[in-house]
Design a binder for this molecule. Structure first.
Ligand SMILES: [Fe+2]
Length: 406
């Protein structure tokens, strides 16, 4: 996991790693350091006797949001921290890795048992930041008039596929269980406790909404029709003058989009991505449908095929759906906005201590997204996984799957 993070940064220069394009996005250098600080603070400083932090200011520089740990650089000012240098941050990573491996090789069974859950959380945390490195770099590069290429796609095989068309797949509803089964391996605290929900019969679209369908919404005046939008969404569309997804631009009558491989024409067969919740909701209303509840989504995902277009495919962009039976693209390609508010499951209690701040304190005013994306590591995602963003966020690989009452 640690090496995979460094591989993502390997294509970037020191200037690329330094800049912060907006308050929501962090510099790559900060991601490299913050994920390291996590292991230093929550594993080494707690479990390795006599360990002292490499530098006393690292906590101030690299703490993200843990009030229990202390003060920190304001999120929007991370790009101003030009020292330590990128090379020094790489040395910090190597130092913490060495310290952790040294300690692991000599730790007792009891010490390992105590530290293992935090180390595992640290690895999954680092995978979350791997995805953020890609989405934050994409946002940064998109602002450059040269429209630079982060990396050419490694995989072209499925990119040549054509959209197989949308079908509706029916589910009977009833009393279903959602949430992670405790014995099923690692999960974040927000995926538990497992509990029952009562679902009405519903249908899900067999694949993600395509750019072709989204272009029809645009051409039909979707962005100019107030009746399609939630009040907050309509206000946002007007205030920010949205007329297309993030990274789309019209040049001489043809739509182009900025990707991690640079600017290129829209492929109508691909899933649409970089839409806000408001846009996903308005599109669904225009299409005579709605977004899924997270419980409907999870119930359906348990029977869907494994695999998907994750970061390992090297495409770094959503690809057209395979022409196959059943639900496609439930995992990978784009995160799927659900209409579910991000709130605690019944009986949820945040863990004690600073790591209780990891998920619990964000359970207000955000919407749940499911399924991972083309920037998510394959080993990071599962059917019960709950991601969450504010409804106006667009810089993640967020897309649309339609749902309907049956
Ligand atoms: Fe973090």
């Amino acid at each position: 996991v640690r090496r995979a993070t460094e591989a993502l940064a390997a294509a970037l220069g020191a200037e690329d790693c330094q800049a912060q394009s907006m308050p929501d996005a962090s510099p790559t250098k900060w991601h490299l350091a913050h994920t390291t600080w996590f292991f230093e603070t929550f594993v080494l400083a707690v479990h390795r006797r006599g360990y002292t932090a490499l530098h006393p200011e690292h906590g101030y520089l690299y703490n993200s949001y843990y009030e229990a740990i202390g003060e920190r650089v304001p999120r929007a000012e991370r790009g101003r921290i030009t020292r330590p240098s990128l090379d020094e941050v790489r040395e910090y990573r190597a130092h913490v890795d060495r310290q952790l491996l040294d300690w692991l090789s000599g730790a007792s069974a009891a010490e390992l048992a105590a530290a293992a859950p935090v180390i595992e959380t640290g690895l999954h945390h680092e995978q979350q930041h791997q995805e953020l490195i890609l989405t934050d770099v994409k946002h940064l590069l998109s602002l450059n008039p040269l429209k630079p290429v982060y990396r050419k796609p490694l995989a072209q095989a499925r990119a040549a596929a054509r959209d197989p068309g949308r079908r509706w797949i029916s589910f009977p509803g009833g009393v279903v269980s959602i949430g992670q089964v405790p014995s099923a391996g690692f999960h974040f605290d927000n995926e538990a406790p497992r509990h029952e929900r009562l679902l009405r019969p519903f249908r899900l679209a067999s694949r993600l909404t395509t750019c072709r369908e989204y272009l029809e919404f645009i051409a039909d005046g979707g962005y100019a029709t107030a009746s399609l939008w939630l009040s907050d969404g309509w206000a946002t569309v007007q205030a920010r003058r949205w007329c297309a997804p993030l990274y789309w631009e019209e040049r001489e009558g043809a739509w182009q989009q900025f990707t991690l491989a640079g600017l290129r024409p829209i492929d109508p067969d691909e899933p649409v991505t970089h839409v806000s919740y408001y846009e996903a909701d308005a599109f669904a209303r225009w299409a005579g449908a709605r977004l899924a509840g997270e419980d409907e989504w999870e119930c359906a995902a348990h029977g869907s095929p494994d695999g998907g277009n994750f970061v390992e495919s090297g495409a770094l962009h959503p690809l057209p759906a395979p022409d196959a039976d059943g639900l496609q693209q439930m995992l990978g390609d784009t995160w799927e906005w659900t209409q579910s508010p991000y709130t605690p499951y019944p009986g949820y209690r945040p863990p004690a201590g600073a790591l209780g701040e990891y998920n619990g304190k964000f359970m207000c005013n955000q919407l749940v997204l499911r399924g991972g994306s083309c920037a998510t590591p394959a080993s990071h995602i599962r059917a019960s996984y709950r991601n969450f963003f504010y409804p106006d966020a667009r810089w993640q690989f967020s897309g649309i799957r339609l749902a309907q009452d049956a």
